[in-house]
Design a protein around this ligand. Structure first.
Ligand code: NAD
Ligand code: TDX
Length: 331
């Protein structure tokens, strides 16, 4: 297959491209605007005869139409992805996440092209810390932030295009990813690179919020599975049973880096901070036979720390500006 991967120079998109090159014979065209979150270096070392980067915007309808005409399937990762940014400047989230998705699905329906939409568990809102429930495909949408509401909007557009126009689409909603190539604004890489630069990790509020962690490579194998055998019109939740509170994750990072586990600061909390996310991925496991490979969070975290230690040239250019932005926000 010829795959068009939007946002393929970002964190999860680039992990997907590496995964596809390693595990299939597909060729990949990455369409990426190289915003602050995109990085050409995340695609370095991939074979030039199988991976091409087109620097362009998913809002460019003519470019999107030309590219979709030449491909067998679209995997749509491109998004504004950071909750904290969405609280300070929501507009790019509306443009890219909603109008950008609209631009892509219009072209995909014109050409009858298979479309897979990447989304997040945050569309379901949050769960209480002591609630035994987890999100399933039938949990009602209840997003909290500008980011998650624009992702919810994009999911609903895809669902409507399937029903009204016969768009050949599937949707997946995944939990929090970790692994190589993640921007230093995000929780785990921020804390790892703080420790590596002699700064203390920063925990929002009391740090009791729970996230359900999955390695980005497991997210990629799930998306490939859905692309190959998912049922058109269906939504699949992707998760690896990785619930951890933020405080434990920071303590684990410090310990793995050989520092005292309490060498972190509490900083001002995120407004509207979702308490807990938790995914029930039974449908994907039973209907499509997918299983995560990284069941050991500690091992995955140690490998991720090692990756940041060995790839300072990749993250260093972003670090000072990212921390300056957080400092201005009191975080
Ligand atoms: P990211 O911010 O690391 O990467 C986003 C990529 O999209 C960047 O390369 C950026 O340059 C590109 N991009 C942004 N706007 C664009 C535009 N208008 N046109 C073309 N390219 C554009 O994000 P990520 O964490 O890799 O997330 C990727 C997708 O996965 C998003 O759709 C996100 O909602 C979803 N998701 C993320 C997580 C997570 O834990 N990070 C979890 C579940 C779902
Ligand atoms: O410095 C920090 N300190 C801290 O305590 C940062 C950056 C975050 N946090 C907390 C906030 C969250 O409870 O850590 C948790 C994770 O924060 P983020 O990395 O910003 O992720 P989150 O808001 O959970 O959203 C992520 O997962 C779902 C991705 O950024 C989204 O794109 C995805 O949809």
């Amino acid at each position: 297959m010829r795959l068009l991967v939007t946002g393929g120079a970002g964190f999860i998109g680039s992990n997907f491209v590496h995964h596809v090159i390693e595990h299939t014979d597909h060729t990949v065209t990455v369409l990426d605007a190289l915003t602050y979150a995109g990085n050409r270096a995340s695609l370095a070392g991939l074979p030039a005869d199988r991976v091409e980067l087109v620097v362009g915007n998913i809002l460019d309808a003519a470019l999107v139409d030309d590219l979709i005409a030449e491909h067998d399937a679209v995997v749509h990762y491109a998004a504004e992805s950071h909750n904290d940014n969405s609280l300070h400047d929501p507009r790019p989230f509306l443009d890219t996440n909603i109008v950008g998705t609209y631009t892509l699905i219009e072209a995909a329906r014109r050409h009858g092209t298979r479309f897979h939409h990447i989304s997040t568990d945050e569309v379901y809102g949050d769960l209480e810390l002591d609630d035994p429930a987890r999100f399933t495909e039938s949990t009602p949408y209840n997003p909290s932030s500008p980011y998650s509401s624009t992702k919810a909007g994009s999911d609903l557009l895809v669902r409507a295009w399937v029903r009204s126009f016969g768009l050949q689409a599937t949707i997946s909603n995944c939990s929090n990813n970790y692994g190589p190539y993640q921007h230093v604004e995000k929780f785990i890489p921020r804390q790892i690179t703080n420790v590596l630069t002699g700064e203390r990790p920063k925990l929002y509020g009391a740090g009791l919020n729970v996230r359900d962690w999955i390695h980005a490579d497991d997210h990629s194998s799930a998306v490939l599975t859905i692309l190959q055998s998912g049922v058109i019109g269906e939504t699949y939740l992707i998760g690896a049973d990785g619930e951890k509170d933020n405080k434990s994750v920071v303590e684990r990072i410090l310990t793995l880096c050989g520092q005292p586990s309490d060498a972190y600061d509490h900083v001002v909390d995120r407004p509207g901070h979702d308490l807990r996310y938790a995914i029930d991925s039974t449908k994907l496991r039973t209907e499509l036979g997918w299983l995560p490979r990284y069941s050991d969070f500690d091992g995955g975290l140690a490998a991720t720390i090692e990756w940041y230690r060995n790839n300072e040239a990749w993250w260093r250019p972003q670090k000072a500006a990212t921390e300056a932005r957080y400092t201005a926000q009191g975080q």
